[in-house]
Design a protein around this ligand. Structure first.
Ligand code: URA
Length: 234
């Protein structure tokens, strides 16, 4: 059976259906060594050698997309009322089975991983795997030594226990950097709440060794390189 050549090329992040269609018609794509000019030709990517401009398209079983999440958008796959992060994906990166790996609150911005790799997402989110997430918070009061100590000891608040993390103040003490390995509901906000402080803005900067690409504007995204995927667990 197979799938359409243009659909496959697009799913591998090589451009929109329209763009890859143009590429195919121009003769830039070969299948098993022969030029294939029909964008609708059926291919079996796992069995066939597909090349674009002489370079093999390595079949990627999974997609890993980094998004700089804007405020006001839900970390969900679909919602009847609000815009979701999946609605922001460009057409060429839309693929069935994609979901945000770990949620950021609607008003939180920054690094969000969108993937169709359930196993990676599970490992990334499991506190047992010790993948630390780094957040930048703007607060209504300065961070002090007692706050830092409380974060490293772990925090109990309103019946919840949050595992030890790390907090340090920025150059401006109203800015705090927080590193935690859990991803509980409103966790950073709640941990600060326990210290009598309110988070005014929150942005995620890192997941494990994977850093937000600051060249991405809010709402923009790009594919991760294989090295970046590895870096999550480094
Ligand atoms: N902690 C929060 O409070 N909110 C987020 O979005 C992420 C971590």
């Amino acid at each position: 059976m197979g799938e359409r050549l243009d659909k496959f090329l697009s799913s591998q992040g090589l451009g929109t259906r329209k763009e890859v269609g143009k590429l195919v018609r121009s003769g830039g794509v070969t299948v098993d060594g022969k030029p294939e000019k029909d964008p609708g030709a059926k291919v079996e990517p796992e069995q066939m050698a597909i090349e674009v401009n002489g370079r093999p398209v390595c079949y990627r079983e999974h997609l890993y997309i980094m998004m700089n999440k804007p405020a006001g958008v839900l970390s969900a796959t679909e919602d009847r009322h609000a815009q979701t992060v999946l609605d922001l994906l460009p057409e060429d990166l839309r693929r069935r089975g994609l979901f945000p790996a770990g949620r950021l609150d609607k008003d939180t911005t920054g690094l969000l991983l969108i993937t169709d790799d359930g196993e990676l997402a599970h490992n990334m989110l499991s506190p047992k795997k010790h993948v630390y997430k780094l957040y930048f918070a703007k607060l209504d009061a300065p961070v002090n030594r007692e706050d830092e100590e409380a974060f490293s000891a772990g925090i109990r608040w309103q019946g919840e226990t949050y595992a030890p993390g790390r907090l340090w103040a920025g150059e401006d003490p109203f800015y705090g950097f927080v590193e935690i390995r859990e991803g509980r509901f409103h966790q950073v906000k709640r941990m600060f709440e326990a210290r009598g402080k309110t988070v005014l803005e929150l942005k995620r900067l890192k997941i494990g060794g994977l850093q937000l690409d600051e060249t991405l504007g809010e709402g923009e995204c790009r594919l991760l390189t294989p090295q970046e995927v590895q870096s999550i667990f480094r």
